[in-house]
Design a protein around this ligand. Sequence first.
Ligand code: CU
Length: 174
Amino acid sequence: MTPGLVLWVLVALGVLWTAAWAFVLVRSRPGPGFDVIEPVENRLRLRLLVIFGGIGLLVFALSLHAYPYPRFRARALGAPTETISVLGAQWGWSLSRNTVPARVPVEFVVRSKDVNHDFAIYDSSGVLLVQVQAMPGYANRLIYRFERPGTYTVRCLEYCGIFHHIMRTTFVVH
Ligand SMILES: [Cu+2]
């Protein structure tokens, strides 16, 4: 199952779950011992639900392009022109190339040889730009576009053992 499909299955389940609760809410009547809520309060609650639910859906739809899923990233950045294979293993990173072109979308295909790691890219000033999990038995795809040439650092962001902190490498964007 692709990550994009997993996302849409989760969205569909979320919509069904919300619809089920909305159905229960609309059909429910107060039990004995509970006051009847005034209709005016019900209308206010319904309005707030529509307003904040609508805002939530709008923010979700507008932020889809920033999701790390390859399909959304490729749509936002363009199809990747270069592919870099990445292998994480206790305790280091191996990249198929150490130079990456600037200002074009590139794709990192990230795998792990042993346990879960996290492939995280930092710029030369130490700002975390992007990250993705490195998992054994699975190739995670990360599409990114480097705007500035320079030396970038890769660190592991998933604790993976006693020498996790030395799991670091660099590559050059030119
Ligand atoms: Cu680690």
